[in-house]
Design a protein around this ligand. Structure first.
Ligand code: FAD
Length: 406
């Protein structure tokens, strides 16, 4: 008789956490574990803004999946998930292979949400993965490197526009604000000619976050030259920049060779293609993290949607929640395998939020305490190192961790 097969899709925070916990909870005689991921490496999505700005090399942001899984217990398949045939309990892969499952864990993450704004797909950069981050870094570097080579100087090459003042946008601005002066020194450019502009449609930076901390963040970034256009929407991205405006009348074009869209995510398109009931590509799940429609399918991380009953709004998509969901999913899959249908419910254990403002500065609310500057920045690095520790233990922290604290 064939052993039950557990297929985990995605080696991000949610998927890797599931697998590294599951491999400790079940034996090879109990089930077969298969992990599918597009690349042979895991990347720290939460560090991609650093790779995009060029303040951290992209190789520091990734590590090999096979280095952190138990290869005797887990079969790793490097392939792209094309579709999930839910009724047949099969996953269709890019290679054409069909993978049958008895239990499925979907941890395919998210993609940027463009809210139908014209031109973003064609003309804006987006932080999606290692390759898109590397493309952004190289594009910016090329724009600065080529500026002085042009007979007629094009100042739009030195203007970077970031769409979105949520956590991703602000963290990216923090890195760029440190990187731009470096680029100026490297390519003999007058720093005064550069512009770093943040365009945000909402009436505030980091909507919903502590106002005092937000004020500090804005002041720090403004000191480093960031211009904020708050309550201003990106209306269109064009070949030469972005059209922004407060209303129909006050419309302006900002000429920029680099527009980076960092204003929200939606679930992986595979979710919609597979026909799961979803809200912007995210699937509402039961308290035990199973899909409402299928007893054998768990959906976790950014692909899932869980309502915070206290405020009647979905929990934000975060690595913190994705990892905790991975841990619980491993426990619940192991329980099902052992014939126990009484599954545990997911309650996020929210320890806090830290938002970096470059390598040396940050803001945070941790265990209810407000943190600024170097103490927040230290905390941010601890959070980053903890994520490595949870998956790969001290060895991975030693190899990839962040130890420059001042
Ligand atoms: P991911 O970690 O994105 O993993 C998804 C995996 O699936 C990837 O390995 C991907 O390659 C793979 N995959 C996708 N599609 C396919 C396919 N079709 N076939 C095969 N494989 C596929 N959260 C925080 O908590 N704190 C932060 O400070 C923070 N900062 C952030 C900064 C940035 C720049 C960004 C972009 C996000 C940040 N987030 C932060 C959000 C956090 O990164 C996500 O919530 C988290 O990555 C979700 O984890 P996940 O496992 O669902 O998805």
């Amino acid at each position: 008789m064939r052993k039950p097969r557990i297929v985990v899709l995605g080696a991000g925070y949610a998927g890797l956490m599931t697998v590294t916990r599951l491999q400790k909870q079940i034996s090879t005689s109990e089930a077969e574990i298969v992990l599918v991921n597009r690349d042979d490496y895991h990347y720290e999505t939460t560090w991609l803004h650093e790779a995009s700005a060029g303040t951290l090399h992209h190789d520091r942001v990734r590590y090999q999946v096979r280095d952190v899984i138990d290869n005797n217990k887990v079969k790793f398949v490097q392939d792209t998930v094309e579709d999930i045939k839910r009724e047949e309990k099969k996953v269709l892969l890019g290679s054409g292979e069909e993978l049958e499952y008895d239990y499925l864990v979907v941890g395919l993450g998210a993609i940027p949400e463009t809210f139908g704004i014209p031109g973003l797909h064609e003309h804006a950069f987006m932080i999606k993965n290692i390759n898109s981050s590397r493309q952004i870094r190289e594009h910016i570097e090329y724009a600065f490197a080529s500026y002085n080579m042009d007979e007629v100087k094009d100042d739009s090459k030195l203007t970077i526009v970031v769409g979105g003042a949520g956590f991703t946008g602000i963290e990216l601005l923090g890195e760029l604000a440190n990187r731009v002066p470096e680029l100026c020194r490297e390519y003999d450019i007058d720093y005064k000619k550069t512009r770093l502009i943040c365009v945000e449609a909402a009436p505030m930076v980091l909507p919903g976050f502590d106002e005092e901390l937000v004020k500090y963040a804005v002041a720090q970034l403004e000191k480093k030259g960031v211009e904020f256009r708050i309550g201003t929407a990106v209306k269109e991205a064009t070949e030469t920049g972005v059209i922004v405006g407060k209303g129909e009348d006050e419309v302006e074009e900002i000429k920029s060779a680099t527009v980076i869209w960092a204003a929200g995510v939606r679930g992986n398109p595979v979710i919609e293609k597979a026909g799961f009931e979803n809200m912007r590509g995210r699937v509402k799940v039961r308290p035990d993290l199973r899909s409402i429609e299928h007893d054998e399918v768990f959906i976790i991380g950014d692909s899932s949607l869980m309502i915070n009953e206290e405020v009647n709004r979905p929990y934000p998509p975060t690595a913190q929640i994705a990892m905790q969901q991975g841990e619980l999913t491993a426990k619940n899959v192991a329980a099902l395998l052992k014939g126990n249908n009484d599954l545990a419910s997911f309650t996020p254990d929210l320890k806090g939020t830290v938002c970096s403002l470059g390598e040396d500065d940050a803001i945070g609310l941790v265990f209810g305490k407000k943190l600024y500057g170097t103490s927040a920045s230290f905390m941010k690095k601890m959070v980053d190192n903890r994520a490595l520790f949870m998956v790969g233990g001290p060895g991975l922290v030693f190899k990839k961790g962040k130890f420059k604290f001042m």
